[in-house]
Design a protein around this ligand. Structure first.
Ligand code: NAP
Length: 309
């Protein structure tokens, strides 16, 4: 199938979406579904070769309105370059899907089966001793994990907000995880502050993340009730949920929500879990296509709105 880009056709009538971390996994399938819904998709990835190959794959399926732009969500210059690209070519943005993520762990693949039960990784604190045999998490990894999952989401959103405000139906979908639900935390101060959305602010989330990192560095995770398994991932995703709730209130003309896509067989989950990437993309796309009177500042557990944060 030969695709000719419509980038220069009148874009006012087209919806335009940006998906981060979209060269594979849930992000790639999200692009496929959005493009199938006649939405122009800017598929972004930090690796140019992988991103271009992903676009070619979609174009080979006849999905011509997909273009690639590089984006490393940890790099402010890369984010600024994407924002300029969207502004210059499309003048607005309708949908932003903050999907890029990392799990913040190094895993011994040979030992991995010892923490899989029923086809699923048992990375819960009850199982911490077994998990520690298989997966390690250093302070440096924790810093990088927060940078990608939380600060990446926040920075990309901030850079693209002016363009989202120019849309008649702006949508932001932050891909979080059920691991960000406060049930995985025993730190009562953290839970109280993260739940108190009336008084929580983006600055406060930042302070809380610095507190977590300090405790990580000082080996005080257990003493202060932080998660002991995939700790930074859980903290980063809790921060994404709290950020979404704050932003939903702050920008009433855009629908800003977050979603746990389900437990999906991707590289991040070492291909464990019950869902395919195609199934994992259903909830993010459903939330991206909410009607104009739909909810904002909410958390979706797969296809259902949930208050289990
Ligand atoms: P995946 O296949 O490993 O995809 C992760 C994507 O994020 C890759 O494209 C990766 O790029 C990209 N990425 C990582 N760091 C980046 C950076 N600094 N800048 C730009 N892109 C970056 O995993 P996935 O399961 O599809 O994950 C997608 C989202 O779903 C993540 O936010 C994850 O936390 C969330 N999630 C997944 C599950 C699950 O069961 N799989 C469950 C709950 C939530 P590279 O290829 O270059 O590394």
């Amino acid at each position: 199938m030969l695709c000719v880009s419509n980038m220069f056709v009148c874009t006012a009538i087209f919806r335009v979406a940006v998906v981060t971390g979209a060269n594979k996994g849930i992000g790639f399938e999200t692009c496929r579904k959005l493009a199938s819904n006649k939405i122009t998709v800017i598929l972004t990835a930090r690796n140019e070769k992988n991103g271009t190959a992903a676009v070619k794959k979609l174009q080979a399926l006849g999905l011509c309105d997909v273009v690639f732009h590089p984006l490393d969500v940890k790099d402010p210059a890369s984010i600024a370059s994407l924002a300029k690209f969207v502004e210059f070519n499309y003048k607005k943005l309708d949908i932003l899907i903050n999907n890029a993520g990392e799990n913040g762990n190094a895993v011994n693949l040979e030992a991995l089966p010892s923490i899989i039960d029923g086809g699923m990784l048992q990375v819960f604190d009850e199982n911490v001793d077994n998990v520690k045999e298989v997966s390690s998490e250093t302070y440096e990894m924790a810093v990088e994990c927060l940078k990608t999952n939380y600060y990446g989401t926040k920075r990309v959103t901030e850079a693209l907000l002016p363009l989202l405000q120019l849309s008649k139906s702006g949508r932001v979908v932050n891909v979080t995880s059920f691991f960000g639900q406060l049930q995985f935390f025993y730190n009562e101060k953290f839970k109280a502050e993260m739940s108190d959305i009336e008084n929580l602010s983006v600055e406060k989330i930042d302070e809380i993340l610095q507190w977590f990192l300090k405790d990580f560095e000082d080996d005080k995770l257990k003493a202060n009730g932080w998660p002991l398994t995939v700790a930074a991932y859980k903290v980063s995703k809790a921060a994404v949920i709290a950020y979404t709730r704050i932003m939903g209130k702050k920008y009433p003309n855009i629908l800003i929500n977050c979603v746990h896509p389900g437990y999906v067989q991707t590289d991040m989950s070492y291909k464990t879990g019950p869902m395919t990437p195609e199934e994992g993309a259903r909830a993010p796309v459903m939330v991206a296509m909410l009607p104009d009177d739909g909810p904002s500042g909410r958390y979706f557990y797969e296809m259902q709105e949930s208050t289990a944060y």
